[in-house]
Write a protein that binds this ligand. Sequence first.
Ligand code: SAH
Length: 251
Amino acid sequence: MSESLDLLIKLHLDGERQGPGSDAITKQAIDILGYDKNIHLNILDVGCGTGAQTIALSESLNCNIIAVDIFEEFLKALKIRSRERKVGDKIKTITCSMDEMSFAKDSFNIIWSEGAIYNIGFENGLNQWREFLKIGGYIAVSEITWITNKRPEQIQSHWVNEYPEIKTASEKIAIIEKLGFQFVGAITLPEYTWEEMYYMPMEARFKQFLTNYPGDESKRLIKNEMKEMKLYRKFKNYYSYVFYIMRKVEQ
Ligand code: SAH
């Protein structure tokens, strides 16, 4: 593993979450699915990180969850947390890339993925994961999205460079429908899910991180994170994560 990747994992390992989100938003998305507690569900959580949403799902639904991430360190942290929260027996972890998963067809009632599908692309990810979903099952994914039709050039070029698939919600919904899913609902993540839940706790860890891991790579990493935060604080009216909920229907 490269030094910069190792440091990136170390910086994010101590976070409650590795991207914008909140338990309240996860539960709001769960409510849209309308499942009764009597029904047992098989859930796949893709790019789970240290598992904030995995635990929220396990506490809200009668379920078993397979949580997948490419980094074992995050999955270890999830295991410790899930035992502490007394949901360890509901959660199984698998270290695997999200584009190399091999589950049987029609395995899951729900496929969940918060702030992670961008790693293989929104359209590609939905297309690949669909076969693992039962007919009538749901996919809920959060994805970076333009939340206005026009935006300043500085933020436009930054994001197009970072993630060319960034689009408006109406364009994302058109992709969902093109792939043959039924579009069920969407939630735009509010500012506190970025600030209070993600950036501020991360900022609070910077000083200790630089003490623990001195060196140029650490400084570069923190500088990058600060640049991203600064852009968010300046341009937050133009982009956010949006949770998209869709259903697999008979074609
Ligand atoms: N769902 C968590 C983590 C989001 S950050 C949360 O919302 O807090 C994105 C996650 O995707 C990280 O945990 C990262 O390790 C994971 N990831 C990155 N590339 C991946 C890949 N190819 N396959 C599986 N997981 C991946």
